[in-house]
Write a protein of this length. Structure first.
Length: 486
């Protein structure tokens, strides 16, 4: 614990949904839900307008549609979120060399290490300046917590939401925490919270009064000691600037179980290419290729193959994933596929790319796993330490197959000359009308709203899905360069 509140926690407000509202003027002030759009999709983020209807992250999209039928349901646009996140993290690194990202929209900052704050007044001024700088750079709001420890700084930012700042003065921690729910503390999930509730403990103050010995008896030594320390507001964890990447992976959950073996092989190859793309963008190579298959009955198989040296060659990863697939029975149908690379390194060994150790592939059976899988590695909003599989070893939200990243995809199998599919929320450009985004599509038609960040709400037009003048495009920046974009 520090004698001054020089640890800052930033949490962007409803990040993915706020980015969508900022880039789509017609959605500002309206209920926006970002996530998987299919029957097996999961909500990643809901705007505050949608939360009033009871919609929240990690909720099945089908349930969200029942609660908020008039909301705007959009696919996630990860490339844009990462671009905005990079801007925000850059501002944090101007404050201190010790910045610990937890996800795309959340991070701790050690202000003392950067010399930007040394007491309550300077910490508050730095926090307010940061919030203003973020709004100027992105048009978005963030909530800031300041305290003498990481745990309390995170609690403070949560209490400051939305678009606020809360500073916890050292010495006032126990008084502030006492009336709060035990679920406020990190590591207290639904199961632990219910266990404590049955024992008559519902607030942090009651947790502190129970004492360390009683908590150890109830939840075990490691967890009990940790809970007691947190209830007293004690947390000595430092801000860690770098966390080593452990793996890179991508997954897709399919709206309908896949039975066709040719289609399954095609999807594995596509995932392998996406995985290598992320591997290269992170500046890594990897030695172990992992295939994940979730079957129709929710049982999950993983297969892995270890190479003699690390690789970032897409052909090697594709071939290894294909070999692993040969050992998996997909007769009953497949609901999820994933390809990952572990054993990361920052170099490759080209002469050993295709050479495999003489050991057999490892197999692991995992029974009856709950629905919810990674695609492009972005976690539901509010999931701490679930940033990206290649950045923090976390997991992510489940999206519909083929819609990750906002790109237009081709329906059907690899050999099908099929019609284009335009997922809601994806970026498009028309030869005559310029940039816009897809509001919806079906029965051979696609509806597009033509607007851009900073413009008034735009006009809606409908086209044939195969209109040659309509094409997918990259997202426009939120601030600064929207004017004049054609």
């Amino acid at each position: 614990m520090r004698a001054a509140p020089t640890i800052l926690h930033l949490d962007m407000d409803a990040f993915y949904a706020s980015v969508e509202q900022a880039s789509k003027p017609s959605l500002r002030g309206k209920a926006v839900i970002v996530g998987g759009l299919g029957p097996r999709g999961v909500v990643a983020t809901a705007s505050y307008e949608a939360r009033r209807f009871g919609v929240h992250s990690a909720m099945p999209t089908a349930q969200a549609r029942r609660l908020c039928p008039n909301g705007a349901y959009l696919i996630p646009r990860f490339s844009l979120y990462r671009e905005v996140s990079d801007l925000v993290m850059g501002l944090l690194r101007e404050l201190s060399p010790l910045v610990e990202p937890l996800s795309l929209d959340e991070a701790f900052v050690d202000l003392e290490a950067g010399g930007t704050a040394f007491d309550s007044a300077s910490a508050r001024a730095t926090g307010e300046r940061l919030r203003a700088d973020i709004e100027a750079a992105t048009g978005l709001s963030g909530s800031v917590g300041l305290a003498g420890s990481k745990m309390l700084a995170k609690v403070a930012s949560e209490e400051a939401k939305p678009a606020g700042l809360l500073l916890i003065e050292p010495g006032t921690e126990r008084e502030l925490l006492a009336p709060m729910s035990v679920r406020t503390l990190p590591g207290v999930g639904p199961a632990t919270g219910e266990h404590l509730r049955r024992a008559g403990i519902t607030t942090v103050g009651e947790l502190a009064e129970a004492g360390e010995d009683e908590l150890v008896r109830m939840v075990g030594k490691a967890h009990g000691v940790g809970l007691y320390r947190m209830a007293l507001g004690l947390d000595d964890r430092p801000v860690v600037a770098e966390r080593d990447a452990k793996s890179v992976s991508v997954e897709d959950t399919f709206d309908v179980d896949l039975h066709d073996r040719v289609r399954i092989r095609f999807e594995v190859q596509r995932l392998a290419d996406r995985c290598v793309g992320r591997l290269r963008s992170s500046g890594h190579s990897g030695r172990t290729i992992v295939l994940k298959v979730r079957r129709y009955d929710f049982s999950t198989l993983t297969r892995s193959e270890t190479l003699r040296g690390p690789t970032d060659d897409p052909s090697v990863v594709r071939e290894a994933a294909a070999r692993l697939l040969e050992g998996v029975d997909t007769t009953g149908g497949v609901r999820l596929l994933g390809v990952g690379v572990t054993g990361l390194a920052d170099y490759t060994q080209e002469d050993l790319f295709a050479q495999v150790l003489g050991v057999g592939a490892e197999a692991e059976e995992v029974g009856a796993v709950a629905e919810g899988a990674v695609a492009e590695g972005v976690a539901p909003e509010g999931e701490e330490a679930a940033a990206e599989p290649d950045g923090a070893g976390g997991t992510g939200a489940a999206w519909s197959a083929g819609t990750a990243g906002g790109a237009v995809v081709e329906a059907g199998g690899p050999d099908a000359a099929a019609a284009r599919y335009w997922p809601a929320g994806s970026d498009v450009r028309h030869a005559l009308y310029g940039p816009g985004w897809v509001q919806g599509s079906g029965v051979g038609r696609v509806t597009v709203r033509f607007e851009r960040p900073g413009s008034p709400p735009g006009r809606v037009r409908t086209f044939r899905m195969d209109d040659p003048e309509l094409e997918s495009s990259d997202p426009l920046p939120l601030v600064g360069r929207a004017e004049g974009a054609a």
